[in-house]
Design a protein around this ligand. Structure first.
Ligand code: BYC
Ligand code: FE
Ligand code: FE
Length: 473
């Protein structure tokens, strides 16, 4: 089932047979284009970018590649193929047929989940809109734009659900998605991380590694949903997500490779000498990891959450890879959760499993995050350097949940608040770190050339050589 790109809004949901819905979406489309022009990567609209575009929902060969101008990218509404006789996979209605419409009693909660998901997509485009000016290579510039157009498509995916299933409220929410903006004082994006500036490429790679990975896990939870259109939409989004994670993972690995090479040349691991030679020292990398990992942990919500319990009970939001579990109702179980005892120690709360679903997802996410760190540390070890990177404790630098009030160090040790405040500079990027990293970034826009702070990638895009002109400016 190849997508029809002759349509004004390419889709595989038979929009043509629903004139009211089509009209509503065609009304939203110019507003989306205005937003893309104002808050997308518009400084690069004149150029031609070698991009992939989704062309079918087949698991194999779902995309095609070619030069596209950014204002002319064809966003569409694409759902994974329906699964025959799909059943609800968890919660109170386990085993019942999935829903093709929204049950009235779940309407408000479902809308809230979809709006929260939707809000992050344009937010990330807004956060990244100026990065093109300091791209380390045309290859990276192309990857940035690939991520941007797909996040914008994810907005389309959610807006389709709002328009098709939530009537007037849905249309209003779709408008509001273009009115909130990342970092806006009066009308910010909903979730914290999506209001953080991404002013340099180190932050971009950290964001695509850690924050897009929250996206992966949240989408996995929503892919389990009893609301079948949501499940099918998020399943297709997950196929696109792999590339975003690759950009982050390989980006950080390339920075580390370059740093290790510079350390070797300098015969020193002194951060100042590494910086003096135009690379990013490992302690600075660690501080960026501490920041983006802890911020992304907050995106899972509170460890113990009545929202999470009721979303699970009603079949709206499951666990990542729900099929892995034996008991899909989770009425009985408990999960041991650590919290501060208020006296500098830790106590364990046995939370009912359903209330702890945010924490179940967060733990799966943390395991996934750790895999990249192991690979990066192999590079460091092989180079004979003695500075293993690590994920900070989940207690560190949290703003949401049980640890929001506690002051823990990256090892998870609870400190008196003053002691912790005094050491923030050791643990999190300082204004000097940010200024240094920002100063390092200058656009490198000749085919095949790389900025001095990052190593070459192992391969080009879609079997093309690295010196291919991925963006014609
Ligand atoms: N910042 O009961 P709780 C992606 C709020 S990323 C600010 O724990 P719940 C992407 C919460 O809203 C994936 N506020 O919440 C990545 C609630 O507010 P109200 C995005 C926060 O509902 C890169 C209150 O605190 N998708 O796709 O269990 C590029 C109580 O919290 C935060 C989703 O998030 C925060 N960090 O869980 C592009 C999936 N955390 O009701 C894209 C949809 C919590 O008191 N969303 N709050 O006003 C959800 O499933 C849930 O809303 C959450 C929160 C997991 C976010
Ligand atoms: Fe996305
Ligand atoms: Fe993404």
């Amino acid at each position: 089932m190849a997508f029809d790109y002759q349509e004004r809004i390419p889709n595989n949901v038979d929009l043509g047979s629903n004139p009211n819905l089509l009209r509503a979406l065609e009304h939203w489309q110019p507003r989306f284009r205005d937003w893309w022009r104002e808050l997308g990567p518009s400084d690069f609209f004149a150029g031609e970018v070698f991009l992939r575009t989704a062309t079918s929902a087949d698991a194999k060969g779902w995309a095609s590649y070619g030069p596209v101008r950014l204002p002319e990218y064809r966003w569409g509404i694409f759902l994974a193929p329906p699964e025959e006789d799909r059943r609800i996979g968890f919660g109170d209605e386990f085993g019942a047929p999935v829903w093709q419409q929204v049950p009235g009693e779940h309407r408000a909660s479902l809308r809230r989940l979809i709006v929260t998901q939707a809000d992050t997509e344009p937010a990330s485009v807004e956060q990244q809109r100026r990065l093109g000016h300091t791209c380390p290579s045309l290859y990276d510039l192309r990857n940035l734009f690939q991520v941007n157009v797909e996040e914008a498509r994810h907005l389309w995916a959610m807006v389709y659900l709002l328009h098709a299933y939530f009537g007037r409220d849905g249309r209003e929410e779709a408008e509001a998605l273009l009115e909130r903006h990342s970092g806006d004082r009066d009308s910010p994006r909903i979730l914290s991380t999506f209001n953080e500036p991404i002013a340099d490429w180190l932050s971009f790679f950290m964001f695509t590694y850690f924050t897009d990975r929250d996206g992966k896990y949240q989408l996995k939870c929503l892919a389990e949903s009893a609301f079948d259109p949501l499940s099918r939409t998020t399943r297709f989004m997950l196929t696109e997500e792999g590339h975003h994670l690759f950009v982050g993972d390989s980006g950080i690995a390339r920075i580390i490779r370059r740093t290790l090479a510079v350390m070797k040349e300098a015969g020193s691991d002194d951060p100042e000498r590494v910086r003096g030679r135009g690379a990013i020292d490992l302690p600075t990398l660690q501080r960026y990891i501490n920041f983006w990992f802890s911020s992304s942990l907050d995106l899972f919500g509170a460890e113990v959450s009545s929202n999470a319990a009721s979303n699970f009970a009603s079949g709206l939001k499951g666990r990542p890879d729900e099929a892995r579990f034996a008991d899909h109702r989770a009425v009985e179980g408990r999960l041991a959760i650590e919290k501060a005892d208020g006296k500098g120690g830790i106590e364990i709360e046995e939370a009912p499993l359903r209330s702890a679903m945010n924490e179940v997802a967060r733990r799966a996410y943390i395991k996934d995050c750790a895999q990249g760190v192991v690979r990066w540390n192999r590079l460091i070890e092989k180079a004979g350097a003695d500075f293993p990177l690590r994920l900070p404790s989940p207690r560190f630098h949290r703003a949401i949940g049980l640890w929001a009030e506690a002051a823990a160090d990256p090892e998870g040790k609870i400190l008196p608040p003053e002691a912790s405040a005094a050491r923030q500079e050791e643990w999190l990027p300082t204004p000097e770190d940010r200024a240094f990293v920002k100063d390092l970034m200058h656009a490198v826009a000749e085919p095949g050339r790389m900025a001095g702070w990052i190593a070459r990638p192992a391969y080009g895009v879609a079997n093309l050589p690295l010196d291919y002109e991925y963006v014609r400016l």
